[in-house]
Design a protein around this ligand. Structure first.
Ligand SMILES: C[S@@+](CC[C@H](N)C(=O)[O-])C[C@H]1O[C@@H](n2cnc3c(N)ncnc32)[C@H](O)[C@@H]1O
Length: 225
């Protein structure tokens, strides 16, 4: 006979953390390249990603590829309902869990590559910040270019694009094509050690020319909004 688990155990932080790891690992087994890491981000990584957003009042933040919501929890805590947060995840099972975990949050089940349509449908006009936890290095280069170009067009001039990375030691080169200012926050207390690129001042026209020449003249979607 299965005995009921005592509520003190069921709701303990340890059991909660283990359950989150297990859900994350199952998602990794479903799509290793989609998840790109075997464990959710640590609280230190989450803090590095949202640092500086405490002051924001009004406006919109988009979080892309949220997994089990390790960074979402910190984002919703620091913004405390003062701005609109769009939480985007592709995996339906993770979305179900996210809706249970963050009952009042705006969870969007969809592909981040449909960024433009997603924002238009929700009548968002501009974005203050983008938190991106997508495995960008696994994306096809044209998809990555188009997504970053879309993000540049939607970001307010004073906004930021924040990319979670586990390969941050390889450098920030690809983001320098899109942003004038790129800094890195390193987080050793994460499995595996992580980094966060903080990118500001989106570049528009020079980027279009540079990308087109990289793609042998094939046009890119830029400045069409
Ligand atoms: C590195 S994991 C997220 C980690 C999580 N944010 C954390 O910090 O613990 C990447 C997430 O992006 C999602 N994902 C991958 N490709 C996507 C896409 N094209 N659109 C939306 N989500 C995507 C995966 O399902 C996965 O949950």
């Amino acid at each position: 006979m299965i005995k009921r688990v005592h509520p003190a155990i069921r709701h303990s932080p340890f059991v909660g953390a283990m359950a989150e790891y297990w859900i994350y690992f199952q998602a990794f087994l479903r799509s290793a390249s989609g998840m790109a890491s075997i464990a959710p981000s640590s609280r230190w990584t989450a803090r590095a990603m949202v640092q500086g957003l405490e002051q924001l009042s009004g406006g919109a933040i988009v979080e892309l590829g949220v997994g089990t919501g390790a960074i979402t929890a910190e984002l919703l805590r620091v913004t405390a309902g003062r701005c609109r947060c769009l939480i985007v995840e592709r995996d339906p099972q993770l979305c179900r869990r996210l809706r249970e975990r963050f009952r009042d949050a705006e969870i969007v089940e969809g592909d981040a590559l449909n960024f433009d349509a997603m924002l238009r449908e929700r009548r968002i006009r501009q974005i203050d910040h983008v938190l991106c936890e997508l495995p960008m290095n696994w994306f096809a280069p044209p998809d990555r270019d188009n997504l970053l170009a879309d993000i540049c067009r939607w970001l307010k001039p004073a906004g930021s694009f924040r990319q979670l990375s586990h390969l941050h030691w390889l450098g920030s080169g690809q983001y320098r094509c899109y942003f004038r200012e790129v800094t890195t926050r390193h987080v050793l207390r994460n499995v595996p050690p992580a980094g966060c690129f903080i990118c500001r001042s989106p570049i528009h026209k020079p980027l279009a020319r540079r990308l087109e020449s990289r793609r042998g003249g094939e046009p890119v979607r830029l400045l069409q909004r």
